[in-house]
Design a protein around this ligand. Structure first.
Ligand SMILES: NC(=O)c1ccc[n+]([C@@H]2O[C@H](COP(=O)([O-])OP(=O)(O)OC[C@H]3O[C@@H](n4cnc5c(N)ncnc54)[C@H](O)[C@@H]3O)[C@@H](O)[C@H]2O)c1
Length: 357
């Protein structure tokens, strides 16, 4: 299967490793900055890849079967739509877009073209999350009561200075859109997906040099009668502290924690026959950073989805749903009201200037 990547920055290394580990032919490396694409040729499996600076030229010349879009977030939608139009299946880094209009267009055109599109919410493949989802699907939680997503991470001035797109409304968004969207996706996936309404606060508390939020908290009412709590920030001193996902039901309690939901910290079910200590111990993944190991599993799933003609485990619709919850939080906080879903054409750009006063 012929593969190409568009955007050869920090996260591209994990994509290229995942592509190689899944036996893909890495045919092209594309980046606006040729030197960034050239630098990736040193990675295993990439030495034969051709370098491009224009993704449309690359798509026309290489005709890849599968493309990863790992550009800055503000470019995801337009680049992904070009890939879809070229008949390629696509893995889009999170968030899949910065506006509902673009996210819905990705879903619509992927359906029209019959290509597979997956949103890169790789934490769904964490062992701990997999076990929680399995328990949910077996009904072990009983009636869902409430869930919580906490992302308590740290991003300093040095991080935001890496690239000019970081922390801007048009090209990135803030802590919720960039960092916390992984856990927000997990919460909606476990407790929902149907959401009635969202009530939220966001603020920029400790990073006056970025445009968007560095803190947010929200309450979510799900259609099944359960509640969700979200707390997300990049303000934690001095380092990343934790990412947690808690799910509470009438017959079960589960908590994934660690630095990025990479271990189970609580596991208690009325009907699960397994020893909770063993399940928790077996769930631990010793991750080198908050990105974890999920990219390789996600690639394996997308390759299988293409070969088997089925949907990927994480679809473009899932990516749009995670985006919708972040944008609902933004809207609720900006307008100081409870927001009902589905959202209209809300975009991160709508909140420009929000913290400037
Ligand atoms: N899934 C995860 O855990 C995870 C982790 C980190 C980053 N990300 C996401 O990945 C994306 C990239 O993040 P990063 O840290 O690698 O950023 P980065 O700035 O290091 O890399 C982005 C690269 O894309 C290139 N680029 C931008 N527009 C382009 C275009 N139109 N065509 C070709 N190249 C283009 C830039 O020149 C840059 O080299 C972001 O959307 C981010 O949210 C996801």
């Amino acid at each position: 299967m012929k593969y190409a990547i568009i955007g050869c920055g920090r996260i591209s290394g994990l994509h290229l490793r995942a592509a190689r580990e899944n036996g893909l032919e890495i045919s092209a490396l594309c980046d606006l900055k040729a030197e960034k694409a050239e630098a990736r040729k040193a990675m295993p499996g990439c030495s034969e890849a051709r370098v491009y600076t224009d993704h449309r030229e690359m798509l026309a010349a290489e005709k890849p079967d599968l493309v990863a879009v790992a550009t800055e977030s503000g470019a995801h939608a337009s680049v992904a739509l070009d890939c879809i139009d070229a008949g390629c299946s696509v893995i889009i880094e999170k968030p899949i877009a910065l506006s509902m209009k673009d996210a819905r267009e990705i879903v619509r055109r992927a359906d029209e073209k019959g290509v597979k599109v997956s949103a890169c919410h790789q934490n769904r493949f964490n062992k701990s999350i997999h076990l929680m989802r399995e328990a949910l699907e077996k009904g072990y939680f009983g009636k869902l009561l409430h869930g919580a997503a906490y992302v308590r991470w740290s991003r300093d001035a040095e991080y935001y200075a890496l690239d000019e797109w970081r922390g801007t409304w048009d090209r990135d968004g803030g802590a919720l859109m960039n960092q916390c969207i992984h856990d927000i996706d997990l919460l909606r996936w476990m407790m929902g997906p149907g959401i009635v309404d969202v009530t939220a606060y966001t603020d920029r508390l400790a990073h006056d040099y970025i445009e968007a939020e560095d803190f947010g908290c929200a309450m979510v009412r799900f259609e099944n009668g359960s509640y969700g709590l979200i707390e997300g920030t990049t303000n934690i001193y001095p380092d990343d502290l934790e990412e947690k996902l808690c799910v509470f039901g009438t017959e079960g309690t589960a908590k994934a924690g660690g630095i990025s939901c990479n271990t189970l910290e609580a596991w208690s079910f009325k009907r699960d026959p397994h020893d909770p200590e063993k399940v928790m111990h077996g769930s631990f993944e010793d991750v080198p950073n908050v990105y974890g190991f999920g990219h390789t599993s996600l690639y394996a799933d997308v390759v299988a989805a293409i070969n088997e003609g089925r949907d990927p485990y994480i679809t473009a619709r899932d990516g749009a749903a995670a985006l919708e919850l972040v944008l609902a939080i933004y809207l609720s906080a900006a307008e100081r009201r409870t927001v009902t879903l589905p959202l209209g054409d809300v975009s991160a750009s709508d909140f420009k200037g929000r913290f400037d006063k």
